[in-house]
Design a protein around this ligand. Structure first.
Ligand code: NAD
Length: 434
C-alpha cells in the first residue's frame, strides 16, 4: 500500500485518485476549489462519470480515499504526488501552465521528505524539466530529494474508470529509470503494458496521440463532405476503410467534428510548440480548420434548408461534447448554438446530463426537460450529441410537436428510411446517397 496525493480533483484527478484507492492505496485528493471539496466530503460528485460515484463511496467508506483543500495534510507522508490540474489554452493557443506551476511551488514549500512528483496533466514537451527547476529554485539552500516523472493520461470521459483500470498502455517518462520503476509499481496490479521513455518523449506521446485521433476525425469529415457532393455514403466508406487492419474503424465517424476538454486545446498547443521551435505544422493547421468548418457547415445546412435562420426556432438534442459525460468544454453543440443565435435563431435544447453546466454558459438558450419539449414548435431539430437516450426517441410524437419536420442528424444516429417514411426531411452528415 502506498501513500498518494493527487493535486487537482477534476475529471482526471478524481478518477485517478479513486482508482488508485480501489487498488488498495491510501489516497488524498486535493483541490483548491472549496465547492468541489465540500461537495465531495458530503458525497456529491462534481462531475458525471458512469460508475464513479459508487467507486468513490466505496473507497471513502473503506477509509482509503480522502478529500481536502489543505496542501499540508494532503502531502503529509506522501510518497507520490500526482499533478492533475487543468492546462487550458492560453491567449496564443499555448498550454497555460499557471496551475501546474502553483502545484509545483506548493510541493516545494511543504514537502520535507523524499517524494516522486508525477505529471498527469497534459503539458508541453519540456515541462517536466521546468517543474523540476521550479522545485529546485524554490527550495534554494534547502535541497529536496525528488524526481519528476511524466505519466500522461489517456482516459476518455464517459469510460474513464474502465480506461484507467484496463489501459492500452501506461507511459512513464523520466531521466531516472528507478523513479519510473517506482511509479510502475503502482500500475502493476493492472497487468498492462508499461512503456518507459525519457521525460520529453512521454510528454510528446500524449500530444501526438490526441493530434492523431483528431486528424482521423477531420479526415473522415473531409471525406464525408466529398461524399455529399459525389453521391456516396461516408458511413459505409468508413466501414470499408476500417476493415483494413492497417486502418481500423476507430475515430472514423463523420459528424460535427471533435471537441471537448482535450483535443482542441492539445492540438492548438502542439501547433504552438511547433511554430515556436521553427516547424510549419501544416497538417495540424488543416485538421483544426476542417474542424471549425464542420461546425459552420451544419449551420449552413440549416440556413439553406430554412431559407433564413432569423426568427427560426431550432431544437438541439445533446449539449455535452460527447455522450456519457456532462463536460461541455469546446462542445460542437455549444458553438453551433452560438452561431445560430448570431443569425437570429431561437434555441431550445436538452441534454441528459449536461443541463447544470449548460445553464452556466447558455444564457440565451431555452433549456428543456425532454427531447419532446425541444421539438415543440421547432422549425428544425439538430442532433448534436449521440446519447443512447436519443436512439429511443418516439418520432411519431416528435412529428406531432414539431412545426416543420426537418432533421439534421449531426451524428448519423437515426434511420433515414424510417424518418423519411414518416414525412420528415432528413439530412445527415456525408450521406450523399440519401
Ligand atoms: N478530461 C479528460 O478527459 C482528460 C484526459 C486526459 C488528460 N487530461 C489532462 O489532465 C489535466 C486535467 O484535466 P481535467 O479535465 O481533469 O481538468 P479539470 O478542470 O476537470 O480539473 C482540474 C482541477 O484542478 C484544480 N486545481 C487548479 N489549480 C490547482 C492547484 N494549484 N492545486 C490544486 N488543485 C488545483 C481545479 O480546481 C480543478 O478542479 C489537463 O491537463 C488535461 O488536458 C484530461
Amino acid at each position: 500500500m502506498s501513500k498518494i496525493c493527487v493535486i487537482g480533483t477534476g475529471y482526471v484527478g478524481l478518477v485517478t485518485g479513486t482508482c488508485f484507492a480501489e487498488l488498495g492505496n491510501q489516497v488524498t485528493c486535493l483541490d483548491t476549489d472549496p465547492v468541489r471539496i465540500n461537495g465531495l466530503l458530503q458525497g456529491q460528485m462534481p462531475i458525471y462519470e458512469p460508475g464513479l460515484e459508487q467507486l468513490v463511496e466505496q473507497n471513502v467508506q473503506a477509509k482509503r480515499l480522502h478529500f481536502t483543500q489543505d496542501y499540508q495534510s494532503a502531502l503529509e507522508g506522501a510518497e507520490y504526488a500526482f499533478i492533475a490540474v487543468g492546462t487550458p489554452s492560453g491567449v496564443d493557443g499555448e498550454a497555460d501552465l499557471q496551475y501546474v506551476k502553483a502545484a509545483a511551488e506548493s510541493i516545494a514549500d511543504i514537502v520535507d521528505f523524499p517524494i516522486l512528483v508525477i505529471n498527469k496533466s497534459t503539458v508541453p514537451v519540456g515541462t517536466g524539466d521546468w517543474v523540476a527547476d521550479i522545485i529546485r529554485r524554490r527550495r534554494g539552500n534547502r535541497p529536496l530529494e525528488f524526481a519528476v516523472v511524466s505519466n500522461p493520461e489517456f482516459l476518455r470521459e464517459g469510460s474513464a474508470i474502465n480506461d484507467f483500470m484496463a489501459p492500452d498502455r501506461v507511459v512513464l517518462g523520466s531521466e531516472d529509470r528507478s523513479s519510473a520503476n517506482r511509479v510502475a509499481e503502482l500500475y502493476k496490479p493492472l497487468r498492462c503494458t508499461i512503456m518507459v521513455t525519457d521525460l520529453r518523449t512521454a510528454e510528446m506521446i500524449k500530444y501526438a496521440s490526441n493530434a492523431f485521433l483528431a486528424t482521423r476525425i477531420s479526415f473522415i469529415n473531409e471525406i464525408g463532405n466529398m461524399c455529399e457532393d459525389l453521391g456516396a455514403d461516408v458511413r459505409e466508406v468508413a466501414q470499408g476503410m476500417g476493415l483494413d487492419k492497417r486502418i481500423g474503424r476507430h475515430f472514423l465517424d463523420a459528424g460535427l467534428g471533435w471537441g471537448g476538454s482535450c483535443f482542441p486545446k492539445d492540438v492548438k498547443a502542439l501547433e504552438h510548440m511547433a511554430v515556436l521551435h521553427g516547424t510549419q505544422p501544416q497538417l495540424l493547421q488543416a485538421v483544426m480548420e476542417i474542424n471549425r468548418n464542420q461546425r459552420r457547415r451544419a449551420v449552413m445546412k440549416l440556413r439553406k434548408a430554412l431559407g433564413t435562420l432569423n426568427e427560426k426556432t431550432i431544437g438541439i438534442l445533446g449539449i455535452s461534447f460527447k455522450p456519457n459525460t456532462d463536460d461541455i468544454r469546446d462542445s460542437a453543440a455549444v458553438e453551433i448554438m452560438h452561431l445560430l443565435i448570431n443569425e437570429g435563431a431561437h434555441i431550445q435544447a436538452y441534454d441528459p446530463q449536461a443541463m447544470d453546466n449548460a445553464a452556466k454558459v447558455l444564457k440565451k438558450v431555452k433549456l428543456c426537460e425532454s427531447p419532446y419539449e425541444v421539438a415543440e414548435g421547432a422549425d428544425a431539430l439538430l442532433l448534436a450529441t449521440e446519447w443512447n437516450e436519443f436512439k429511443q426517441i418516439d418520432f411519431a410524437k416528435i412529428k406531432e410537436l414539431i412545426r416543420n419536420p426537418l432533421i439534421l442528424d449531426g451524428r448519423n444516429l437515426w434511420d433515414y428510411d424510417l424518418l423519411k417514411s414518416m414525412g420528415f426531411t432528413y439530412m445527415g452528415i456525408g450521406r450523399g446517397n440519401n
